[in-house]
Design a protein around this ligand. Structure first.
Ligand SMILES: [Fe+2]
Length: 275
C-alpha cells in the first residue's frame, strides 16, 4: 500500500497539525512494530481529544443526522486507518478511542474502565456467553467517548451549566459517542449497547427504546448509573455508598425507573461478594 496517498488525509479537524501524525504514521507503516504502533495510536487518540470546545457548542440541540455527520468528519482519518488494518487488528481502534477520552478527561476514562469490568462481571454472573461479555466490556470501555465534545472544565462543574451546556452533557455526549462508534467495525457492536445507556433519562439515538432494549443495554445502563452515583466527582461533595446506591436504584423502580429485577439482584450479589 502506498502511504503517500493516504497520509495527507490524516486530518481530524481543521485545527489539527498534521506533521507529527504524518511522521508517526509513516513510522508505523514502515516498521509495523509494536512500540511504533502504540505511539501512533496514543497520538491518534490524544489528537482526537483535541476537538475544541466550540465544536461541542455547535452541536447543542443538534439532530441525530447532524451528530452523525459531525462524528464522521471528526474521525475521518481514524475511519480510514481502520480500513487499512487487517480485520484481526482492528480492535486496536478501541484503545485509540479510549485514549482520546483519557487525553481529554482522565477521570472519565477511569470511570469507563470500572464500568467495563463491572459490566463483564455482571454479564458472567447472569450466565451470558463469552462474546456477549466481550461486547459488554467494550461498551463500558467506550460508553463515554462522546464526552470529547464537552469541554473538560464543564465535566467538573455540573451544577452551574447553562441549558446548552447541560444538553451537551446529558444528551449530546451520548448521541455523538454513539454515532462515532458506529463508524468503526471494531466498535459497532459496542455501539448497539451504548445506544440504550441513557434510556431511563429519555436520551437515546433514533431506534433505541424500551420496546427493544436488550439485556446488555440494561446491564450497561445499570452499571454506569451505579458507578456514576458512587464515585467521587469534583462537582459534588458527597456520593453514595454501595448500599445507599442500591437502595436508591430500587427506590427509583417505584417511579417507573425499572431494571429487570433478577438483574438488579445479581448485581447486588456481585457487589456483596466484593468484586
Ligand atoms: Fe458513564
Amino acid at each position: 500500500m502506498r502511504t503517500d496517498k493516504i497520509l495527507p488525509r490524516y486530518v481530524f479537524i481543521a485545527h489539527f497539525d498534521r506533521a507529527p501524525l504524518q511522521q508517526l504514521a509513516r513510522q508505523y507503516r514502515i516498521h509495523g512494530e509494536i512500540p511504533a504502533r502504540n505511539e501512533v495510536l496514543r497520538r491518534l487518540g490524544l489528537d482526537l481529544a483535541k476537538i475544541p470546545a466550540e465544536f461541542g457548542y455547535r452541536l447543542c440541540q443538534a439532530t441525530d443526522a447532524e451528530f452523525a455527520a459531525s462524528a464522521r468528519n471528526s474521525a475521518a482519518s481514524l475511519i480510514e486507518l481502520e480500513q487499512h488494518l487487517p480485520v484481526q487488528e482492528r480492535e486496536i481502534l478501541l484503545k485509540v478511542l479510549h485514549a482520546s477520552i483519557a487525553g481529554h478527561h482522565s477521570a472519565t476514562a477511569q470511570h469507563e474502565l470500572r464500568v467495563a469490568k463491572l459490566c463483564r462481571w455482571l454479564g458472567a454472573a447472569i450466565g451470558l456467553p463469552a462474546n456477549s461479555r466481550t461486547r459488554l466490556f467494550q461498551a463500558g470501555y467506550l460508553h463515554d467517548v462522546g464526552k470529547i465534545i464537552v469541554p473538560a472544565a464543564n465535566l467538573d462543574r455540573a451544577g452551574s451549566l447553562d441549558p446548552n451546556e447541560s444538553d451537551l452533557i446529558r444528551r449530546g455526549h451520548l448521541i455523538f459517542g454513539y454515532y462515532l462508534l458506529t463508524q468503526f467495525t471494531a466498535s459497532r457492536e459496542a455501539a448497539k449497547i451504548i445506544g440504550f445507556n441513557h434510556i431511563f433519562d429519555g436520551n437515546t439515538p433514533e431506534g433505541f427504546s424500551f420496546a427493544n432494549i436488550t439485556v446488555e443495554g440494561q446491564i450497561l445502563s445499570l452499571v454506569d448509573y451505579f458507578d456514576a452515583i458512587t464515585e467521587p466527582r469534583k462537582y459534588r461533595t458527597e456520593h453514595y455508598t454501595t448500599k445507599q446506591a442500591l437502595t436508591f436504584i430500587k427506590e427509583r423502580e417505584r417511579d417507573g425507573f425499572r431494571y429487570d429485577r433478577p438483574l438488579v439482584a445479581a448485581f447486588e450479589q456481585l457487589l456483596k461478594n466484593g468484586v
